[in-house]
Every structure is written in structure tokens, then in C-alpha cells.
Design a protein around this ligand. Structure first.
Ligand SMILES: *Cc1c(COP(=O)(O)O)cnc(C)c1O
Length: 455
């Protein structure tokens, strides 16, 4: 008999509440600081950017936070997402390991990002928000929020990192299709963007710069616009936990429990969304699942950065948080996993890595694309280059099992499909990709520009 490969949940199994890891964190939370005063932020400062309901989620220590019915209604357009056993990949690797993947590429925009976009648009609508602003790197977050804002009748202004704007024109069109207005960042729309363009009219931009522009646009709108963020903050990670909660049920259907859980980490949201419900089991039930966050060697915040207070954005306008960071002045190399180019990492993910509950690993670009292509040839799905980092680690773990003759259960999150990333795959097949390791010396240099917290 052939092995069962798909573990589909029906709609009635859609989670009713998000899991809030703040209730179970093994270490005390660090304060979020105002970028100007470096004192703990007041709700006032945050309320220029977010509705109060979202600010309350950010600080909540309630373990379960109810998912509003209108959000669940939209989730049902694609959730629960599939959990598959990659039997053909196991065979190709000739490994005794069992490999499972949760497929978030099944959402309409092709990634996990609408899980929070829909929630953020809902809470904004409820608070009377008429328009939102946001940044987008590779374009996945912008497309997700564009779809979500459209569902709730909210206008959206997107600052898209200049290089991606030109490298991925179709992403812009997708956003416009949902009714959003898209600017290449740096742009002339904001003071900060205009200032940068004067110095360097051809600036490639960065996620940090785009965040600064989107924040400036919302903060100076006199309440007319609110800001939506695609990763890093606690409420975003919270909304993503539907991924892991469904996965727990699906692993139960499969009659197995993961020894190793893996996801890629840019700002940390798909990682947290997938892994936190498993970490909950580790903390609550004494399970011993190894949890691995995988990042690019070219943007190694967890493996080479410093765990310290830093600004969330480049212009030092966003709150200061304690996180693993390469420095807010980090300008990323032009690697193809655009969604993994942020200088920092979510504070809760950072704290869990620091405390030893999560392992961090960096992988290089070429081996990552090799893993992506091996995965497509075995399983059919072409992964986003970001997700391919998780695949690389999953394959490496499976090969380790083979070497040791151990049958372990490995589960990873396939955060999105790669259909808009063919330029990257093309470069890989032509042998044009290069490996680049971010130099430690540049991290040290950037540490000179950290905010002087407590100094
Ligand atoms: C944005 C994105 C990521 C990285 O963001 P996280 O917040 O770290 O999850 C990973 N995979 C895909 C497909 C993305 O779109």
C-alpha cells in the first residue's frame, strides 16, 4: 500500500483562537522604547499608527485570543491549508526520516501573509480606519494587505523597495489589481524619501527605508491613515499561529509528532506562526521537539547579529526593541530571497533563541536553490526562495537521519510558492547566483550606531 501523503482538515477545524506565546514565555518581556526618548512607549505614540485593539494584542498575556468571525470567514477562502508528507522527496533522498510540510502557498496571494493582513484590515475597519500605509520588500506583504484592505473597503498606499519594484513588476500589478497605490521606495511622497533621493537618485531602497516612509506617511496623516506591518511585531506573529495550530491537528491525523520543526525566518512571522504552537507543547507538555529557524548567510541576524536594543527601521522613527540585529543601518546585498532581508528579528523569536528554546541556522544561497529545485522535482511545488531556506534545513536534517540510520519526523513550513520568483530561478539555472556571507566586521561597524539605551 502506498503511503498517505495529504492530511486535509475540513473547514470546521479552522482554529477559533490564536495562540499568544506571551502567556508562556520562559523569559520576561523587554520594554518597547520610543525612538526619540528611548523611554518605554506610551499607547499614545503607538495609537498614531495602530488601532487600540491591535495595541492591546501587542501587550496581551492572554493565552488564547479569539479570532473574529469576519476574519474566519475570509480565512475560509483558503484555510485550513494542506499538510503533506513529502514521500517522493524522502525516496529521492533515500532517508528513513518522514518529512512533512505545511503549505501556505495555497492562499490566494501565494504566501502565509494574508493570515495577519486580513486580521489587521479587520481590526482597522472596526476602528473606523479609512486608509492604511505599508511597506513591501519582495511584494508578498503588499499583495496580502492589498487583498485584505480590498475585502474591508480600506484604501492602501504601498512603499515598495525600489529594486523589487523594478525586478518584480507583476507584484505591483497584483497590488493595483486589488486597488492599492504603489510607490517605489525611496519615493517623493515623504520627507524622508525625498531627502534620500536628493543624495542618491538611484537608491535601491531597503525594507528599513520603506518602513520609514510608510510610518512617516501614517504618523503625519493626523489620524487619516494607519500603518500595517507584515512581520516582527507580536500581533503579527500571533495572527500567524493559525498555521501551527492547524498543523498540530494534521500531525495527529498523520499519527505522528515532529521531532524537528523548521521554518525560515526573515522578521520571524511564518516561523513563529508555525513553531509557537509546537513550542507551547514543549513548554506545557514536556515535548522535546527541536525547533530550527533558518536564515540566509547574507542576512544573518540570528547567527551573526547582536541581541540588543535597536531601531525597527532605518530612519530611526520606528520603536526601539530588543532583538537580534545587524544594525538598523544595514543595507542588504541583492539576494533573491527578498522577504528575508530585514536587519532584525521579532523580539519574541530573539528571546527564545537567546534562551535556547530555538536553534538558529544560516544557509547559503546556492545550496538553498539546489534544495528548492530538488523539492520541485520530487514534489511538484516550486517554493518561494524564502521557503527554500526551510527546505534546505529539512533536507540536511533528513540526510543526517540517513547517515545515522535514524527515523525522525521532520515538519517544515512551506511559507509560499515561487511563481513570482522566476528571475531568481533563471539566474540559478544559468549559474549566475553567488554565495555571499555577511562579514562580521560590518556587523561590528553597524553596532556603533545603535541607540544608546540606558546610557
Ligand atoms: C515574507 C515572507 C517570508 C519572511 O517573513 P517572515 O516574517 O520571517 O515569515 C518568508 N516566506 C515568504 C513566502 C514570505 O512571503
Amino acid at each position: 500500500m502506498s503511503e498517505r501523503t495529504r492530511f486535509n482538515l475540513d473547514e470546521t477545524k479552522l482554529p477559533k483562537a490564536w495562540y499568544n506565546i506571551n502567556a508562556d514565555m520562559p523569559v520576561a518581556p523587554q520594554p518597547v522604547l520610543h525612538p526619540g526618548t528611548l523611554q518605554p512607549v506610551t499607547p499614545d505614540f503607538l495609537s498614531a499608527l495602530f488601532p487600540m485593539s491591535i495595541i492591546m494584542q501587542e501587550v496581551s498575556t492572554e493565552r488564547w485570543i479569539e479570532i473574529p468571525e469576519p476574519v474566519r470567514d475570509i480565512y475560509r477562502l483558503w484555510r485550513p491549508t494542506p499538510m503533506c508528507r513529502a514521500v517522493r522527496l524522502e525516496k529521492a533522498l533515500d532517508t528513513p526520516a518522514h518529512i512533512y510540510y505545511k503549505y501556505e502557498g495555497a492562499s490566494p496571494v501565494g504566501s502565509h501573509k494574508p493570515n495577519t493582513a486580513v486580521a489587521q484590515a479587520f481590526f482597522n475597519k472596526e476602528a473606523g480606519t479609512k486608509a492604511m500605509t505599508t511597506e513591501t520588500g519582495a511584494g508578498q506583504w503588499g499583495t496580502a494587505l492589498a487583498m485584505a484592505c480590498n475585502f474591508f473597503g480600506i484604501g492602501l498606499e504601498v512603499y515598495m523597495v525600489n529594486v523589487s519594484y523594478h525586478q518584480k513588476p507583476y507584484r505591483r500589478v497584483v497590488m493595483e489589481n486589488y486597488g492599492a497605490t504603489v510607490y517605489a521606495s525611496p519615493s517623493k511622497q515623504t520627507h524622508y524619501g525625498s531627502r534620500l533621493l536628493k543624495v542618491d537618485p538611484a537608491s535601491p531602497g531597503s525594507l528599513g527605508i520603506a518602513i520609514s516612509e510608510a510610518v512617516e506617511s501614517a504618523a503625519t496623516s493626523n489620524g487619516g491613515k494607519k500603518y500595517g506591518i507584515g512581520s516582527v511585531l507580536g500581533h503579527v506573529l500571533l495572527h500567524q499561529t493559525v498555521i501551527g495550530l492547524e498543523s498540530l491537528d494534521q500531525m495527529e491525523m498523520a499519527g505522528e509528532y515532529p521531532d524537528i520543526v523548521i521554518a525560515c525566518a526573515g522578521g520571524g512571522s511564518n516561523f513563529a506562526g508555525f513553531a509557537y504552537p509546537f513550542i507551547h507543547r514543549n513548554l506545557r507538555d514536556g515535548k522535546r521537539t527541536r525547533v530550527i529557524a533558518v536564515e540566509p548567510a547574507s542576512c544573518p541576524s540570528l547567527t551573526k547579529g547582536k541581541y540588543t536594543f535597536d531601531f525597527g527601521d532605518t530612519a530611526a522613527m520606528a520603536p526601539v526593541v530588543k532583538m537580534y540585529t545587524l544594525g538598523h543601518t544595514f543595507i542588504p546585498p541583492g539576494i533573491h530571497a527578498g522577504g528575508l532581508r530585514y536587519h532584525g528579528m521579532a523580539p519574541s523569536v530573539s528571546a527564545l533563541v537567546d534562551h535556547g528554546d530555538v536553534e538558529a541556522r544560516a544557509v547559503k544561497q546556492i545550496e538553498t536553490f539546489q534544495a528548492a529545485v530538488a523539492f520541485s522535482r520530487a514534489e511538484g511545488v516550486i517554493p518561494a526562495p524564502e521557503s527554500a531556506h526551510a527546505i534546505r534545513a529539512a533536507i540536511d536534517e533528513a540526510l543526517q537521519c540517513k547517515a545515522e540510520g535514524k527515523k525522525k519526523v521532520i515538519a517544515f513550513n512551506l511559507s509560499g510558492h515561487g511563481h513570482f520568483d522566476m528571475t531568481a530561478y533563471d539566474a540559478f539555472h544559468r549559474g549566475e547566483l553567488v554565495d555571499y556571507e555577511y562579514p562580521q566586521q560590518m556587523v561590528e561597524e553597524a553596532m556603533q550606531h545603535l541607540p544608546k539605551v540606558g546610557g
